[in-house]
Write a protein that binds this ligand. Structure first.
Ligand code: 5GP
Ligand code: MN
Ligand code: MN
Length: 324
């Protein structure tokens, strides 16, 4: 991990006139919050920094995030014919996580990665990875000048932090995280609305699917593992986007006496996305990394070609090995 500070990053920024920002595929709250926060920050200070253009690229995401300022400026297509002085990747631990934004990464003169994943592969010219930070939004907050964080930027950073900490419940939450949250609240944000509208509220269909996934879950390895799965056929039947499945893994994880929760959904024919959560003993980032994915000790994921049975047959011995 290369250690950099605000001055280093500022130097990169000052040299750049045209900047692209991108997060990871299937963006989550931290990814969307960090992208919009950085976009607003750079745009607000573009004269001082000599920036002429900032574009943000993200795959489509749930409409609950449209509450965040700056989301209306996000480009959801990668067909723009652009090349950039600087590409800033946020919340993305490896190049395959960047998805179609890779074309702008490849053609950019300089590349920065700002992230908090322990599995970050240091793929950029400058890699600012703070593995003990709760979220990329927390990392970004520490890189920003506090005086330049307005209410809009504070909203974005706050949403990123609450999503990656499960509203300050996960062990990644530190005293520093709470202090940053307090500083963001002092900017005047309506934090209860942000929590309710982006995290708590579910559509009726989302609730139905959650119920179905809980009902169809199974316990394995003497109740140490809870597993649930949803097929593409069912996802299509309900007309769901992948973001409608957010939160299911966190409900599975609450099953008493389980060590690991596994949620598997079919993304394409014979292709599955796997989400893993650990209650402490098992390091799921190691397992996800083994299968080409990544994440954190207690929350990680990967994609795999094969049937759901293939996924489970390969996964179980890895979890078992860490439980014994
Ligand atoms: P989730 O299960 O909520 O999709 O992801 C949990 C954590 O694992 C997040 O920090 C996310 O960035 C990481 N993660 C999930 N899927 C993948 C993946 O396919 N590749 C990598 N590198 N990280 C992943
Ligand atoms: Mn993320
Ligand atoms: Mn994150």
């Amino acid at each position: 991990m290369s250690i950099i500070n605000l001055e280093n990053i500022t130097k990169e920024l000052i040299a750049a006139k045209k900047i692209a920002i991108a997060g990871h595929i299937r963006p989550d709250g931290d990814c969307i919050g960090s992208c919009t926060a950085l976009y607003l920050y750079l745009m607000n200070n573009c004269h001082e920094l000599g920036i002429e253009q900032v574009d943000v690229y993200l795959e489509p995401f749930g409409e609950e995030f449209n509450i965040l300022p700056g989301t209306d400026k996000i480009r959801h297509s990668y067909d723009y014919d652009e090349s950039y002085d600087l590409f800033i990747s946020l919340d993305s631990s490896s190049l395959d996580r960047i998805g179609n934004a890779i074309r702008y990464f490849n053609s950019a003169k300089r590349k920065i990665s700002i992230d908090h994943h322990i599995t970050n592969e240091n793929y950029a010219d400058v890699n600012h990875v703070v593995a003990n930070a709760s979220s990329t939004c927390e990392v970004l907050y520490n890189l920003m000048n506090e005086d330049k964080i307005n209410e809009d930027i504070a909203m974005c950073l706050y949403v990123g932090i609450i999503h990656d900490t499960g509203i300050f419940r996960h062990s990644s939450t530190s005293d520093k995280t709470m202090e940053i949250a307090a500083a963001l609240i002092r900017k005047g944000i309506n934090f209860t609305r942000l929590i309710d509208e982006t995290f708590i509220q579910k559509t009726y269909t989302q609730l139905q699917v959650l119920g179905r996934c809980l009902t169809e879950s199974v316990l394995l390895l003497e109740g140490k593992i809870i597993v649930s799965h949803i097929s593409k056929k069912t996802i299509d039947f309900y007309g769901l986007a992948y973001t409608d499945l957010n939160g299911i893994i966190d409900q599975l994880r609450t099953a008493k006496n389980t060590e690991v929760a596994v949620f598997i959904y079919e993304t394409d024919f014979n292709e599955h996305k796997v989400s893993l959560r650990s209650n402490g003993i098992v390091d799921v980032s190691k397992i996800a990394h083994l299968f080409g994915g990544g994440g954190h000790v207690k929350a990680a994921g990967y994609s795999m070609v094969g049937t759901v049975d293939d996924v489970i047959i390969k996964l179980l011995p890895q979890i078992k090995a860490q439980l014994t």
